[in-house]
Design a protein around this ligand. Structure first.
Ligand code: 5GP
Length: 164
């Protein structure tokens, strides 16, 4: 379908409060929020304030396309979170969307070896996702336009002079 799910910054503000409310209503009190960069950074920052959690960590995960491979597999990029910081902690994994769910699966498997408990919160979950997230704001099967990535990177303009 050509239809898109459009998340604006304004709607994101509402979504993150409602997502946090689901976590709070469930009685889950994470020690750490683990964001999956880059999209998950926005979600983790918002949840951090809404849930009053100051301990935020980052994992960098990217899809690696093997030469001649048709399958995309996500890989962890350095720096990998310090596992000592995570040990015996209750973790809330935060990301923008679970689509295939492969990214979240990788992070969940990493956490399973190192933390006391890990749950996951996403703004969107698609029906094909192999990971069923604990907290989901909205389900969709459309392509999502996120406010932080819908526009291309800015480019330097010629002749722009900074104020003194
Ligand atoms: P996965 O397929 O592993 O669940 O998703 C990996 C990543 O692909 C997501 O974190 C997100 O950055 C990107 N992605 C997946 N589906 C969408 C989508 O519908 N819209 C956008 N903008 N990115 C997506």
């Amino acid at each position: 379908s050509e239809e898109r799910e459009n998340l604006t910054y304004s709607l994101f503000g509402e979504a993150i409060r409602e997502l946090a409310q689901k976590v709070a209503d469930d009685g889950y009190e994470p020690d750490i929020i683990l964001s999956i960069a880059r999209g998950g950074l926005f979600v983790a920052g918002g949840l951090g304030y809404a849930l009053d959690v100051k301990n935020l960590h980052v994992m960098n995960v990217e899809f690696y396309t093997g030469v001649g491979e048709t399958l995309d597999l996500p890989v962890m990029l350095p720096p990998v979170p310090n596992v000592v910081d995570l040990s015996r902690k209750k973790v809330l994994i935060a990301d923008d969307v679970a689509d295939t769910g492969k990214t979240l699966k990788l992070v969940q498997d990493f956490c399973a070896e190192h933390v006391a408990e890990a749950r996951s919160a996403v703004i969107y979950e698609k029906s094909q996702s192999l990971v069923k997230c604990d907290y989901v704001w909205k389900r969709t099967d459309q392509w999502i336009n996120f406010p932080w990535s819908v526009e291309p990177p800015v480019v330097r303009r010629e002749g722009q002079v900074l104020d003194a």
